[in-house]
Design a protein around this ligand. Structure first.
Ligand code: PRP
Ligand code: 7HP
Length: 187
């Protein structure tokens, strides 16, 4: 069920930022780039739960190389729309990544605190290489510099939901990425 069809935009949404078609086209492009960069390397893609689950699912289906998948779940201490910087691992990887080519797959880099923590944590496990792929990048909010190797879209400082991204657990299932009305998260 689409919430942006004939009945119009979901009432909590200000506007569509990225349509399903724009997202799919960019995900396909990134997959092409990853397929050529990692040819012959059998990389391990590490999805950051929960937000990256839809992006990762689409990404791997556009790849033309074999990959393995694992997941890590982290929680940042903070409220639903602001991250505090402290990160805790809720579910760790199932396997050792020593000697593997690891690609972290994120939905969004905002302050950069989550990714900075994950990069350092995973680097200490001595992978053969460690790179980052994110669908969205909100550079205006950055508190710590993080290197992004594959970047889908640079977006403005708006709170977005859909395509895996949530507010308080809601709206992850939208096919488009939308700007949430400020009154919804400011109340
Ligand atoms: C979101 C998002 C990133 C992180 C980015 O995760 O999925 O992991 O915030 O923010 P940062 O750059 O400011 O650290 P969230 O904690 O909302 O968990 P979720 O993926 O389960 O929605
Ligand atoms: C985290 C997050 N989650 C959903 N939408 C956004 O705009 C976000 N920024 N940081």
């Amino acid at each position: 069920m689409r919430f942006t069809g004939v009945k119009g935009l979901h009432p909590h949404m200000q506007k569509i930022l990225l349509t399903e078609e724009e997202i799919q086209s960019r995900v396909r492009q990134i997959a092409g780039q990853i397929s050529s960069d990692y040819a012959g390397q059998d990389p391990l893609l590490v999805g950051i739960l929960k937000g990256a689950f839809i992006f990762l699912a689409d990404l791997v289906r556009y790849l033309t190389i074999p990959v393995q998948l694992d997941f890590i779940a982290v929680s940042s201490y903070g409220n639903a729309s602001e991250s505090s910087g402290a990160v805790r691992i809720l579910k760790d990887l199932d396997q050792s990544i020593e000697g593997l080519h690891v690609l972290i797959v994120e939905d969004i880099v905002d302050t950069g605190l989550t990714l900075n923590y994950l990069r350092e944590n995973l680097r200490a496990r001595e992978p053969a290489s460690l790179k980052v792929c994110t669908l969205l990048d909100k550079p205006s909010r950055r508190l710590v510099e993080v290197k992004i190797d594959y970047n889908g879209f640079v977006i403005p400082d708006e709170f977005v939901v859909g395509y895996g991204l949530d507010y308080n657990g809601h709206y992850r299932y939208f096919r488009d990425i939308m700007v949430l009305k400020r009154e919804v998260y400011a109340r």
